[in-house]
Design a protein around this ligand. Sequence first.
Ligand code: ATP
Ligand code: MG
Length: 568
Amino acid sequence: MTNSNPESQDTRTPSNFLRDIIAEDVRTKKYGDAQIQTRFPPEPNGYLHIGHAKAICIDFGLADEFGGKTNLRFDDTNPEKEEQEYVDSIMQDVRWLGFEWDHLCYASDYFGQLYEWALQLIKTGKAYVDDLSAEEIRQHRGTLTDPGKDSPYRTRSVEENLDLFVRMKQGEFPDGSRVLRAKIDMASPNINMRDPVMYRILHATHQRTGDEWCIYPMYDYAHGQSDSIERVTHSMCTLEFADHQPLYRWYIEQLGIFPSQQIEFDRLNITYTLLSKRKLLQFVQEKTVRGWDDPRMPTLSGFRRRGFTPEAIRAFCATIGASRTNGTTDIEMLEHFQRDDLNRRASRAMAVLRPLKLVIDNYPEGKVEFVEVANNPEDPSAGTRQVPFSGEIYVEQDDFRETPPPKYYRLSLGKEVRLRNAYFITAQRVVKNEGGNIVEVHCTYDPASRGGNSPDGRKVKSTIHWVSTSHALSAEIRLYDKLFTKADPGDVEEGESVLSNLNPNSLEILLGAKLEPSLANAKLDDRFQFERVGYFCLDPDSTAGSLVFNRTLPLKDSWARIEKRAGA
Ligand code: ATP
Ligand code: MG
């Protein structure tokens, strides 16, 4: 399903069944006078992506709506894949999106408690130490149609299990030699209930607990109890965990602890976009992109560097809401929210990406004028600025044609156009280099048309932007396009990987762009609309003498067209 029907995306009343459930629980006082408690539980094994933004908006956003609280909990049960760099980036990204957690928690904070609970389950005959290898356990598990087989170690005595588990913890056994398993039902139709592994032996240094532990709880053993310890009322997660819910409930019931309520919602999928930390990590490691924050990456740090704003991402998430079936959202919809936000807040500026020199032959030699320009026509409070104009300017190569095709209304020989906020000019002749390429266009201007209107009421069919050559700043401009050529990047021939769907033209670098001088003061958080060209922001690679700008998005809005078509 593609959410391209605008009716399903009514911005006034975004559908969200999670909100309805919480509202009902509040109304019926399901948790007494306790406040709503949620958590966002990332595994620190990569940077957050736009799918996580949806989960964050749900976890933090709904708790906020009901006056509740949200914990940020790192599910750090896998020391081999987790790193402090990821922890730091996740905290930065959650805050950037505009949310603040109540408690900062780590599953590793609960390792002691989880171990005690494991002992308790062993003592009540609900857990056993298994000596089968990982491969043998897999073979015993059965399939969707065949029941599993009991391990020969399933009938060990409580005493033996206790002894072995304590010795596992003390480091007596090598990695992978034994595991602790829950004793549930090897014939359960739900494979997650066929004696799942609770603990494995792993002599690995954990980024927080160091070498204190050499046994680590499995995610499925840690997750539900972590929720319970934090007295999470509504534990919201994506649909793939629905089959795990019975297991989480089983642990909670056996232990007699606080029953958190898990509710599953649809995972965000976006066309032309890959949302999997594992695959994104591969791109970073193989240098397919320049890093986690490459502006082509669907990570929050990538979107940030690209110039996306938290306001736009939150508005997008509010509108997509949550549902109980997975679908795919058009990338154009996210871009539409971003353009809408930037159109309101971005300062206008003139920048020529592919410059062509234009000389105004009848303009007084050496004269400089300053034209007053609105910083943002959408926001009068943004004020105005003075832009220098002179007899030698840059215009876009695209805005001049020596032999204009039909319906080409921009500049060509003998034709008159408006220079934005300045004068009417008429092209008179071109100067070419030895290779036959145009290097200069010579024009005349009408001094009476200052400000962009002719007193005799003469009309021109087009307005082009410009930058005075002697005042221009040079800059590097990075233009981004989709990272993949296919709407479903995972749609590949057998034996091929998503790499075969990479867009070879996802990054275009322009080195000689010319900018109006006010952009020398641009800051990283500033947002610009380069008139007629698109939305841009400064890249952190910039230095005082060498500016680099990223194109956030071009101006044209294809989502608006999709909506219009759907409405027509
Ligand atoms: P990935 O497959 O990209 O690694 P994950 O689900 O393993 O994602 P976690 O760090 O475990 O990543 O996720 C933290 C939370 O974010 C979980 O509650 C998960 O359900 C949610 N989440 C992850 N991806 C998405 C997505 N695409 N849409 C909505 N929520 C998501
Ligand atoms: Mg995960």
